[in-house]
Design a protein around this ligand. Structure first.
Ligand code: PA5
Length: 448
C-alpha cells in the first residue's frame, strides 16, 4: 500500500527538532482525545472514524441514485456553500480534464455549482445555460437555513419546475440535509425529494466523505469507493497508537504549531498542478474556520505555481518573514510530453529538448523550495504518488486529522465557527428580516 509522503526536514533550521518533539506527547494526547471524543467540540467528532464506518450498502445506494439521475441529465447543479460544496468541487476539479467541456468529451453529467455566492449575474448566466440543458439539482445544507444556497435553490427549483413541470422536477432534485431539522428538510419532505442525511456529529468542513461530497461526486462519475478507501487507509495510519514520527497528521500538526509558536503566522499551500487550486480552497476553509478563533490561528493562504511566482513570488521571497510554505507535489503525471528540438533555437531552449515538461516543473519546484528556504520561509512538502481519488481521500483525511490535533494544541475548539454569525446578523438586519428589528434599528442608526 502506497501512502502520501510528508517531509518536514526543511522546517528544522527555523525551529529546532526538539521544539517539534516537545509537542509530541501533547499531539499524541490531542489525537487520542479526538479518537475517544473527550476534547472540546466532542459532539462534532463523527468525522474521525467516518471512513471506516461507511458501509458498502451506503456506497451502493449512492451509486444507484447517481446512475438513475445520470441517465436523465446533461448537467447537475450542486447548490451549497462552504463545507457543503468545497470538498466535491476540490475532487471534481482535480480529477477532470482541464478542457473536457470544450473538447466535448468530458464526463457526463457535468457538475456546476451555485449558492456559493449571491452574484446576480452568475445566476442569470447559469439559468441561461440551464434553459438549453437537461439538468438535475443536488441541494446541500446541513443547517437547511443558510441564506446563499436557500436563495439559489428557490430560483433554480422555480426554473426547473417551469421547465419540466413540478411532478418531473421532484424526481430531478436530491436534498442532502439534517435528518429532521431545518427548512430544507421540511421542503424535501413536502415535495417528496430523494434525501440523504448529514450526520449530526459531522460539521460542514469535515463532511466531504458524507453524502455532502459523495452524492455529487458519484453523479459526476468519480470513483467514490477509491476516495473512501484512501481515507480509510489514512485513518489507520493516523491513529494515536501509531509511532508519532510515522503519523503524518500528528507530525504536520506539531511542526506547524512549533512554527506558529516561533512567530510564523501565515501558511501558504502551494501546488505545482493547478488542478489542485480547489483542494487549496477546501484546505483554507478547513484550517481557517477551525483555527481562527480566540485571536489565535495560522492564516491559511494558497498559491498556484509557477503562475503565482510571477505575482506573489516577490512577497514570499522577501516580504514579512511570517510565512510557512507547504507544497503539494504530484510524483507522477498522468501523461507524458517532451520538449521538441528546434533547429533555429531562437528561444535558446534546446538544452531542454527531449526532457519532459514535468521534469522542468519539478526543477522549478525544487529551485523555488531552496530559494524560499534561503529567504527564511520554512517549507513542508506533501507528495502524492499520483493524482487520483484514492490519494485525494488520503490527503483530505490527513489534513482533517492534523487540523483537529493542531486545534487542540492551540487550546481552541476546532469544530465550531461562532465568528461566522457576525456578518449574518448585520446582513439580516440590513435586509429587514423578521426577528431582527432591534439589530436593524441599531445598524441603520450607525450608518446614518
Ligand atoms: O464548515 C461549516 O460548518 C460551514 O462552512 C458550513 O459548511 C457552511 O456554512 C454551510 O452551512 P450549511 O451546510 O448549514 O448550509
Amino acid at each position: 500500500m502506497n501512502f502520501i509522503k510528508l517531509d518536514i526536514e526543511k522546517v528544522y533550521g527555523f525551529v529546532d527538532k526538539s521544539d517539534v518533539m516537545a509537542l509530541k506527547e501533547k499531539a499524541i494526547a490531542a489525537n487520542k482525545s479526538l479518537e475517544e471524543k473527550t476534547g472540546k467540540g466532542n459532539d462534532f467528532l463523527g468525522w474521525v472514524n467516518l471512513p471506516s464506518s461507511i458501509t458498502d450498502a451506503e456506497l451502493t445506494d449512492i451509486e444507484n441514485t447517481a446512475r438513475k439521475l445520470q441517465s436523465e441529465i446533461e448537467l447537475v447543479v450542486v447548490i451549497g456553500i462552504g463545507g457543503s460544496y468545497l470538498g466535491s468541487k476540490a475532487i471534481a476539479e482535480a480529477m477532470t480534464d482541464t478542457f473536457a467541456n470544450l473538447k466535448g468529451k468530458g464526463k457526463k453529467p457535468v457538475i456546476l455549482f451555485a449558492g456559493q455566492n449571491i452574484g446576480e449575474d452568475y445566476l442569470v448566466e447559469l439559468t441561461e445555460l440551464l434553459d438549453k440543458k437537461k439538468y438535475g439539482i443536488v441541494v446541500i445544507s446541513k443547517s437547511g437555513t443558510t441564506t446563499e444556497p436557500a436563495i439559489a435553490f428557490r430560483i433554480l427549483k422555480n426554473h426547473l419546475e417551469n421547465k419540466v413541470g413540478a411532478a418531473k422536477a421532484k424526481d430531478l432534485i436530491i436534498a442532502v440535509t439534517d435528518e429532521s431539522k431545518g427548512a430544507l428538510r421540511t421542503l424535501a419532505t413536502q415535495n417528496g425529494y430523494k434525501t440523504y442525511v448529514i450526520p449530526d456529529d459531522v460539521g460542514g468542513r469535515y463532511s466531504v466523505l458524507t453524502p455532502v461530497g459523495l452524492v455529487p461526486l458519484a453523479i459526476g462519475g468519480f470513483d467514490i469507493r477509491a476516495l473512501v478507501q484512501g481515507a480509510r487507509d489514512m485513518e489507520k495510519k493516523c491513529l494515536s497508537s501509531n509511532n508519532f514520527e510515522e503519523n503524518p497528521a500528528a507530525l504536520y500538526a506539531a511542526a506547524r504549531i512549533a512554527l506558529y509558536n516561533s512567530g510564523k503566522k501565515i501558511e501558504i499551500l502551494a501546488n505545482y498542478e493547478n488542478k489542485l487550486h480547489f483542494l487549496a480552497e477546501w484546505w483554507k476553509q478547513l484550517f481557517g474556520e477551525s483555527d481562527g478563533k480566540e485571536a489565535k490561528g495560522i492564516f491559511p493562504a494558497s498559491v498556484d505555481l509557477t503562475a503565482d511566482l510571477h505575482s506573489m513570488g516577490q512577497y514570499i521571497q522577501e516580504g514579512e518573514r511570517i510565512l510557512i510554505e507547504t507544497v503539494i507535489s504530484i510524483a507522477k503525471t498522468k501523461y507524458s510530453l517532451t520538449i521538441p528540438t528546434d533547429n533555429a533555437d531562437l528561444d535558446g531552449l534546446n538544452f531542454l529538448a527531449g526532457k519532459n515538461l514535468d521534469y522542468v516543473n519539478k526543477m522549478a519546484e525544487l529551485g523555488t523550495q531552496l530559494a524560499h528556504v534561503d529567504g527564511n520561509v520554512p517549507n513542508m512538502r506533501i507528495e502524492l504518488p499520483e493524482l487520483n481519488e484514492y490519494y485525494l481521500g488520503q490527503v483530505m483525511y490527513f489534513f482533517e486529522k492534523a487540523c483537529g490535533i493542531g486545534g487542540y494544541l492551540m487550546g481552541i475548539n476546532p469544530f465550531n465557527q461562532p465568528g461566522v454569525e457576525a456578518y449574518k446578523k448585520n446582513m439580516f438586519a440590513l435586509l429587514d428580516k423578521p426577528g431582527f428589528e432591534v439589530e436593524s434599528k441599531k445598524i441603520k442608526t450607525r450608518l446614518s
